[in-house]
Ligand binder design. Structure first.
Ligand SMILES: C[S@@+](CC[C@H](N)C(=O)[O-])C[C@H]1O[C@@H](n2cnc3c(N)ncnc32)[C@H](O)[C@@H]1O
Length: 290
């Protein structure tokens, strides 16, 4: 089912344009509804899951008219799709009634930021871009393999390495949970209606980071604080952002930190170095006993 040949491709799966016609409603850009209509992209998406992924129960966020749902049903034992729009949730129930009756598909009508998520073994989705960050950071701590479509500019920042223009808080916080790879750029023409921006598919393979953090929430707040001052040295970043990181005694952190790190700007600090600094800083938190 790869279909990367480019020409004379004919998908064995449901036709995305026909699904939109049967749903009887077009995607509304004001509700993050840009539906994938390129069969070749749709057919490739499940193949991007890391090798050996348990496809026992795939979660999809934002099913729309179901073209991706259909591809996921072909590879998974079970699929749960969360869809906020009642019209599309009802359409998915109708269109896939056989799979729903067989217990293979569960349609949850609701907001992916609020609903109780089921236990899932992997997640594959063409995300609503307006809430892609919130949804992704709800999912990443679950440590499951994921293949997600994002706005390309956002994807570039997720996968960025230190010392690149795109490297920032989003890169460090994403890569804290998973290896992040941009596996395919996707042009606006692959969607209906076409979004104004380019898109990209990102593979997220969960793994432990190559550093230890005792307090994940503090580490992530500390990284966020330092990147608000990305043009400043880490020394000044620590001093200027105590209100964000919650440090009671930023000068004490500066005194304790290695000079070599203090002289760098945030964009050159690796995740491991951030963890080192956060471990030092954790001793000087507000209300702490350091
Ligand atoms: C970009 S479309 C993708 C639709 C379909 N999976 C596809 O690939 O063509 C995003 C879908 O997410 C739904 N959606 C938007 N915000 C949502 C939210 N907060 N929770 C769940 N679904 C949401 C939209 O109604 C829309 O169907």
């Amino acid at each position: 089912m790869t279909g990367s040949d480019g020409e004379s491709h004919s998908s064995q799966r449901r036709n995305p344009d026909a699904l939109i016609r049967r749903a009887g409603v077009r995607g509304d850009p004001d509700h993050d509804q840009h539906f994938l209509v390129d069969d070749r992209v749709l057919d490739r998406i499940p193949d991007y899951l890391p090798e050996g992924t348990d496809t026992g129960h795939i979660l999809e966020v934002g099913g729309g008219p179901g073209a991706l749902t259909d591809r996921l049903l072909a590879v998974a034992d079970r699929v749960t799709v969360v869809e906020r729009d009642p019209t599309f949730a009802a359409f998915l129930e109708r269109e896939f009634h056989e799979e729903v009756e067989a217990g293979k598909l569960t349609v949850v009508e609701g907001d992916a930021l609020d609903v109780e998520l089921p236990e899932f073994t992997a997640c594959v989705a063409n995300l609503p871009y307006g809430v892609s960050s919130e949804i992704t950071f709800r999912l990443l701590p679950k440590k499951r393999p994921m293949v997600l479509m994002f706005q390309k500019e956002f994807a570039d920042r997720m996968v960025a390495d230190p010392e690149t223009a795109e490297y920032g808080r989003l890169s460090v916080s994403t890569q804290h949970y998973a290896d992040a790879e941009l596996v395919e750029p996707v042009p606006p023409t692959a969607f209906s209606p076409a979004p104004a921006v380019d898109s990209a598919i990102v593979r997220l393979t969960p793994r432990d980071p190559d550093y230890d953090v005792d307090d994940e929430a503090f580490f992530l707040d500390f990284v966020k604080a330092i990147f608000t001052q990305r043009r400043k040295t880490v020394r000044n970043g620590i001093r200027n952002t105590a209100h964000i990181s919650g440090l009671a005694d930023p000068d004490a952190v500066v005194d304790a930190a290695p000079e070599e790190l203090l002289r760098k700007r945030a964009g050159k600090v690796t995740p491991k170095e951030f963890a080192e600094l956060a471990a030092l800083a954790a001793d000087y938190r507000g209300g702490g006993d350091g």
